[in-house]
Write a protein that binds this ligand. Structure first.
Ligand SMILES: Nc1ncnc2c1ncn2[C@@H]1O[C@H](COP(=O)(O)OP(=O)(O)OP(=O)(O)O)[C@@H](O)[C@H]1O
Ligand SMILES: [Mg+2]
Length: 435
């Protein structure tokens, strides 16, 4: 199985009580999703939901303040009602036709955000949930019946309830080498270790034995695969907004070059590293785009006397060397987006893609996103983005009395036929018919 097939594919997200979303379900397309809707219809809020989940589920350092950027729990809960929980439910397609649903519920009593409940449901297999400090493991009835003898032989009960003290199911460790295969039944028995999660101080709380199907193509238990990849999914989601056009021009220290930042400040550090790794060449995606869109520029990451990196351009047409203050905004914007794509996030979220970009570059980027083989959600007000993406990528957001709602274009083929007959473009359809 290739790396591509190995990753989790996000199919849908249900959002409850997050900012302007009272209860809303987003059914995602594989590849590019273009989020359109009036000002204040929730585009930015929807993208930020992924950022909150990353902070809340992966970056769990203490003090636990995943909401800090939005100041208070009050600001992130629908209608400022602190008594309401915020709930996310994400559905993923897994290898070998398996489906996983991940649920996370947050509460904010007294302004402190707590992960109150977490559940991983492997359809037709098993569901693991932690609510408060109780862990529950519940096998699917049919799965259980089928493997009953194995369970009996190994003294495993179907429902385990005991108190645990840990932040998140995603922090659970699976015992390596401790799983036992039952070839004839395609299931494995594995040990799940529950650690109390205190930074720099982890100790074993409990060990739970668990049955899981084995993914034959990967030779890995479904449960281990899912726990590990769910965490990876949230960890490598990436939100970018319009670059900070002052910050992006400041020379950067080398070490600041792991993941491209939301506003692109560390762009030079990342490109410098890629440039060195590529023996004086940037990744093909970036080289190709620059040749197409800025053929008269040669980009060279450079270094200051005190060892910080910055971008510099040779303008072959005008015979000038351009240091950061003279590099055009659109050039930075293009590099910021391409660097985000090239880092192959599990899901790429881009707010207001069109800012600073001429239509030709905007079209190029949308094509690139369509062909990049990553799931992306792009918020825009630009008809150009809609035209290049097509109606089949649109996610229409609107404000309703029941909070923000999102929907895909219904009767797509019929509408596309009508559009061709009337010689309308996708953006004309969107602006005059679908809103
Ligand atoms: N805690 C909350 N409770 C209810 N509604 C909220 C809350 N926080 C934000 N909102 C709603 O969400 C709106 C902001 O949404 P958002 O910024 O996501 O819109 P947008 O579609 O990105 O708009 P634009 O196109 O102008 O960028 C606010 O105007 C408000 O109506
Ligand atoms: Mg916005």
């Amino acid at each position: 199985m290739s790396k591509e097939e190995e990753r989790l594919r996000l199919k849908s997200v249900r959002i409850q009580n997050w900012k302007g979303f009272k209860d809303c379900k987003l059914e995602l397309y594989d590849g590019l999703n273009v989020l359109v809707g009036p000002n204040s219809s929730g585009k930015t809020s929807l993208l930020e939901a992924f950022k909150f989940l990353k902070k809340a589920l992966v970056q769990t350092e203490s003090p636990y303040l995943p909401h800090l950027e939005w100041w208070t729990y009050r600001n992130i809960v629908y209608g400022n009602d602190e008594t309401k929980p915020i709930r996310f439910e994400l559905e993923f397609q897994l290898p070998e036709e398996h489906v996983a649903t991940y649920e996370a519920v947050f509460t904010g009593a007294g302004g402190m955000v707590t992960l109150a409940k977490e559940r991983i449901d492997l359809k037709n297999v098993v569901s693991l949930s932690i609510e408060g400090n109780v862990l529950t493991i519940e096998y699917d009835e049919h799965f259980f019946e089928k493997h009953l003898s194995l369970l009996k032989e190994n003294g495993i009960s179907i429902k385990v309830k005991f108190n645990v003290e840990l932040i998140s199911l995603l922090q659970v460790k699976i015992g390596f080498g401790l799983f036992k295969k039952y070839e004839e039944s395609q299931v494995v028995l594995l040990s799940l270790f529950l650690f109390r999660n205190i930074p720099d101080f982890e100790f074993l709380v409990r060990e739970v034995k668990l049955l899981s199907p084995n993914l034959t193509s990967l030779d890995e238990p479904l449960v281990t695969y899912t726990l590990y990849n769910l965490k990876k999914f949230f960890a490598s989601s990436l939100l970018i907004k319009h670059p900070d056009l002052v910050g992006i021009r400041q020379p950067q220290t080398h070490k600041n070059g792991d993941v491209i930042s939301e506003r692109g400040e560390n762009l030079a550090a990342i490109l410098h590293r890629w440039f060195l790794q590529g023996g004086g060449r940037l990744p093909d995606r970036i080289e190709r785009a620059l040749q197409n869109l800025f053929p008269y520029f040669t980009l060279r990451p450079d270094i200051t006397v005190d060892g910080r990196v910055f971008l510099s351009i040779q303008d072959g047409m005008y015979g000038a060397r351009l240091d950061p203050p003279s590099i055009p905004d659109g050039f930075y914007k293009l590099l910021h987006v391409l660097t985000a794509v090239e880092s192959k996030p599990s899901i790429l979220l881009i707010d207001e893609l069109e800012n600073s970009l001429h239509s030709e570059i905007l079209e190029y980027i949308v094509e690139e996103l369509k062909n990049a083989n990553i799931t992306s959600i792009v918020a825009t007000h630009s008809p150009i983005v809609v035209d290049v993406a097509g109606l089949e990528c649109l996610q229409l957001l609107e404000r309703t009395s029941e909070g923000n709602k999102v929907r895909r274009v219904e009767n797509l083929e019929e509408i596309q036929r009508w559009m061709r007959e009337k010689k309308l473009t996708p953006s004309e359809m969107w602006l005059y018919q679908l809103q």
